[in-house]
Design a protein around this ligand. Sequence first.
Ligand SMILES: NC(=O)c1ccc[n+]([C@@H]2O[C@H](COP(=O)([O-])OP(=O)(O)OC[C@H]3O[C@@H](n4cnc5c(N)ncnc54)[C@H](O)[C@@H]3O)[C@@H](O)[C@H]2O)c1
Length: 354
Amino acid sequence: MALPGRSYPVFIGQGALQELPKLVREMGVSGAAIVTDTTVGKAWGGAVETGLTGVGVNCRTLAVEPGEGSKSLAELERVLAFLEELRIDRRGIVLALGGGTVGDLAGFAAAVWLRGVRVVQVPTTLLAMVDSSVGGKTGVNTKLTKNSVGAFWQPAAVVAELATLGTLPESEYVAAFAEIVKYAVAMDAGLFEILDARWDGLGARSADDLEAVVARCVELKAKVVAMDERDQGARAILNYGHTFAHALEAASGYRLAHGHAVSYGLLLAARLGVAVGLCGEEVDVEQTRLLARYGLPPGPLEVPLEAALAALPRDKKATGGRIGWVLPRAIGKAQVGVQVPEAVVEREVRLRFG
Ligand SMILES: NC(=O)c1ccc[n+]([C@@H]2O[C@H](COP(=O)([O-])OP(=O)(O)OC[C@H]3O[C@@H](n4cnc5c(N)ncnc54)[C@H](O)[C@@H]3O)[C@@H](O)[C@H]2O)c1
C-alpha cells in the first residue's frame, strides 16, 4: 500500500501468519498489545501470542465481546486502560486480531494512545481483508451514530492469513461478497469476470481463488486511498451501494448485517443508474446475476421502506441534505456525485423493494 511519503506492506495468503513474528521483531517493538474478540481469540489468539513470544516480543491479549456493540467509547476506554497497564510506549504496537469491529476499535485506540502508536492489522474476516484493514479509517460509534468518533490512522502492516477464514461463519463469509461485487462493478470489469468464472472455488473458500480476489480488492482500495486518503473526493467511489445501505442499517436499528445492506444498496444504485440514463439495463441484470451467484441479497428486504427513505438524508456523504449518489456507468465504471431527484429515488425504491 503506497501513500505519499509512506507505504506499508500487506501480506496475503495461506501461511501469511508465519510472517508476523519476524515482521514484528523487525519493527523493533518494545511490546505488543493484542486486541481481539473472544471468538477470534479462542480460534487464533494462541497462535499469534505464541509466535510473538517465540521471537522475544512481550505481549498480552485483551478480548472484547464479539459484535458491533464493542465499537463503543466504553470499550475504547477499556482498550486504552489495557495499553496503559501494559506500559505500551511509543515503540510499542497494537495488534488488531479480528474483523472490522476489532480493527476499527483497536486501530482508533492506537491512533490516540500517546498521540499515536503503530498498529498492525491482522484481519480474520473476508470483509476486513478486502476492505476495513486497509485504508486507515478507524473509529467507534456513539449511542446514536455509527463511526462518528474516529481518526485516519494507517496501519504499519497488514497480515491477512487466509486460513483464518476457515473458521468464519458462512453468513459472515457470504456478506463480504457484497463489498467485493462493489469493487468489481464500480471499478474493475476484470474482477467481475473472475468472480463470475470462479464462483464455485470462491464459494468453497479455495485459497488460490481467494488470494487472487483479496489481492485485487486491496490493490483497488490502495489506488483510491492513495489519491484521496482523507475522503475528500475520489474515495467516494468506494461508497457505491452504501448510500442506501447506510439508510437501511440505520432504519433497522443496525440489526441488518452491513454486507446484506450493501447488497440491497447495489441493487438500488443500478436501478437508479438506469433511471437517470447513466447505464443500460444490462448493468442491472449482470450485477443482479452475479450477486445471486453468491447468495445475495439474502432474501426480500424486510426493513420498512418508509423508514429507509426517511433515513436517507442523514447519510454522512450527503452535503446540505442533498445526496451525491455513486452510480454505475458500465460494469467496471461508476460515477460519483450524481444528483437524483428524490421522487425518482422513492419510485425506484418502491419498484425494486415494495
Ligand atoms: N475502517 C473501514 O474502512 C471499514 C470498512 C468497512 C467496514 N468497517 C467496519 O467493520 C465492522 C464489521 O466488520 P466485520 O464484518 O469484519 O465483522 P466483525 O468484526 O464484527 O466480525 C463478525 C463476526 O465474525 C466473528 N469472526 C471474525 N473472524 C472470525 C474467524 N476467523 N473465525 C470465526 N469467527 C470470526 C466475530 O467474532 C464476529 O462475531 C463494522 O463495524 C464496520 O463499520 C470498517
